[in-house]
Design a protein around this ligand. Structure first.
Ligand code: NAP
Ligand code: MG
Length: 528
């Protein structure tokens, strides 16, 4: 049945792309290399903005590749961007919602048109493989389209309610959702397109204006996406981009006296700091936090072990383990533990690590020197607490020495009380342990501060039991395409419980765009 469907790229279909996709990606790499070393501006009030101080960005794939020169924004740049967003707010929020939807759809279509150019940038600055990079840019466009669809399905969130039962008066009641105002969006390095423009798109469609700040390591993707905002005709000041450090630009953008709401996606430590800072305002403002994960997979003695091993390997090592949804621990029922481990080790050994822009590389690099150093420190710690079953090495042969290449790693025999069963490493390292029962696996799986994603392999009844007991926002059963990763807007709305997220509602889902709006009930009385 699916044979006749046209190919649609998602994180589940990306394993079997048509060759044409590869050819176009190859052509875009050649072009991108011609642009190495260019300077890129910020974007404030519809204009390019340059600053005194610059950040030189080099690719984690090869440190000789100078991706470009970016602006180190200042406090004044942040203030100007917020002022521009505030000045543009009234006209934007009074624009018909249908017109906002029209413009944001145009933005999404431009992103789709430029998908190869943008995803090559993502590939070279994040170090993620080409299919993951293409997938992310497609996801970013779909996140915006999904929010547009939601506004349409809900008729702009304008609802007429029943009239009061008054005599001598007509009393008409209407319920509307309205934007908050100026929204700050701060995004992480691992999904620069999707996690800047998913939130920003929802905020804009809802009628807010936006100031965005990307991670320092990944300003290129966000700059190219910002060009799509400009070219889609989004009015000046409605979407602004300030590049620069978290400690200067990020901190200034999360001043509760200056903005009306924030969406931060990143680490729990930084996110909790922002939450506390934002709470110092004179009243409470919406704070959407999408934070880390420590995502478990539980494998039953009745599971299809081939599917389980494949699902774990893909989720643990895709994007070099640098997904908030990456599988970083697996609990396996004891009777099948040895067999599962053997399959997982065999699959891990076969994964190709190399230049992520090349067609056959499954795993590219880690993001920067700090991640590279962290990887080596974690491996050392795990090797002394337990044993490294496979991986644990950095790769430095030939050109690999110019990038941050590490091997996918499975650690075994690590005592269950060890800190690394609970702390996010954000690297291609998975811990695996036998458990005596599914109940024990579930207890361990839930025993963390996080609750982002979780996976399970077993019988249908066991899967239902898993859904009922797991504490996470996105959960998968029997999914070889990724045991804990690979959510897609509209199919798998994405968000976390507990320390993984603040809103309790998932991005790309039915209740997301509403987070960017507050409710107003309007009663209009006429004397009869
Ligand atoms: P990060 O270090 O927390 O940084 C995220 C963003 O915050 C960056 O733009 C960073 O700027 C900025 N920032 C840093 N300090 C700040 C401050 N004091 N005030 C305001 N902004 C500040 O996270 P990351 O390393 O980029 O990303 C990895 C983390 O993100 C992991 O924990 C991962 O689980 C999480 N994540 C969560 C989700 C989700 O949906 N739940 C999705 C993806 C990633 P600089 O780059 O300039 O420091
Ligand atoms: Mg960081």
């Amino acid at each position: 049945m699916s044979e006749n469907k046209p190919f649609k790229l998602t994180y589940s279909t990306m394993f079997t792309p048509p060759q044409e996709l590869h050819d176009q990606f190859d052509a875009a790499i050649v072009k991108a290399k011609e642009d190495f070393g260019k300077e890129y501006p910020m974007f404030i009030n519809g204009e390019e903005r340059f600053s005194e101080a610059k950040h030189e960005a080099f690719s984690p794939v090869n440190r000789d590749w100078h991706l470009g020169t970016f602006q180190k924004g200042t406090l004044k740049d942040v203030d100007d961007a917020i002022a521009a967003a505030r000045a543009a707010l009234l006209a934007w929020r009074l624009t018909n919602w249908e017109e906002r939807v029209y413009m944001l759809r145009k933005f999404a279509d431009l992103v789709t048109e430029r998908i190869f150019e943008i995803s090559v940038a993502t590939c070279l600055e994040v170090g993620k493989n080409r299919m993951e990079s293409l997938g992310e840019v497609a996801e970013a466009a779909d996140l915006v389209r999904f929010a547009c669809d939601q506004l349409e399905k809900n008729h702009g969130f304008v609802n007429n309610l029943s009239s009061d039962p008054l005599v001598g008066f007509s009393s008409n009641n209407q319920n509307v959702l309205k934007p908050y105002g100026v929204w700050a969006v701060i995004s992480p390095f691992n999904f620069p397109a999707a996690l800047t423009f998913g939130p920003a798109g929802a905020a804009l469609i809802a009628g807010n204006t936006v100031v965005a700040k990307p991670a320092t390591d990944t300003s290129l993707t966000v700059t190219l996406m910002t060009e799509c905002m400009r070219d889609a005709g989004i009015p000046a000041g409605v979407f602004n981009l300030v590049t620069g450090s978290g400690s200067v630009v990020g901190k200034a953008l999360t001043d509760p006296a200056k903005v009306d709401g924030i969406t931060f996606t990143g680490s729990k430590a930084v996110g909790m700091g922002i939450f506390r800072q934002f709470a110092n305002g004179v009243y409470v403002k919406p704070t959407i936090l999408e934070l880390g994960g420590k995502n478990p997979t539980i494998v039953s003695r009745n599971a299809d072990l081939e599917d389980a091993a494949l699902g774990i390997a893909r989720s643990a090592f895709g994007l070099s383990g640098q997904k908030c949804s990456a599988c970083s621990r697996a609990y396996v029922e004891r009777p099948v533990y040895d067999q599962l481990l053997e399959r997982l080790v065999a699959l891990t050994e076969k994964l190709s690590v190399g230049d992520p822009s090349e067609q056959n590389s499954y795993m590219g690099t880690v993001i920067n020197q700090k991640a590279y150093d962290d990887y080596q420190a974690f491996v050392k710690e795990l090797a002394s607490a337990g044993k490294i079953a496979v991986g644990g090495k950095v790769l430095t042969d030939g050109d690999l020495s110019k990038g941050y290449y590490v091997t996918p790693t499975v650690a075994v025999d690590v005592p269950l009380g060890h800190r690394l069963w609970k702390e996010e490493m954000f690297l291609p390292i998975v811990l695996i342990a036998p458990v005596d029962s599914l109940e024990e696996g579930m207890r361990l799986a839930n025993d963390t501060e996080y609750g982002l994603t979780a996976g399970f392999f077993g019988t249908d009844d066991e899967c239902e039991w898993f859904f009922d007991h797991t504490e996470a926002g996105v959960v998968y059963a029997n999914r070889p395409l990724g045991s804990t990763t690979g959510a897609w807007p509209g199919y798998q709305p994405f968000g976390g419980w507990k320390g993984s997220g603040s809103s309790g509602k998932n991005g790309g889902g039915l209740y997301y765009v509403q987070l960017y709006m507050h409710e107003q009930n309007r009663t209009f009385v006429h004397r009869l």
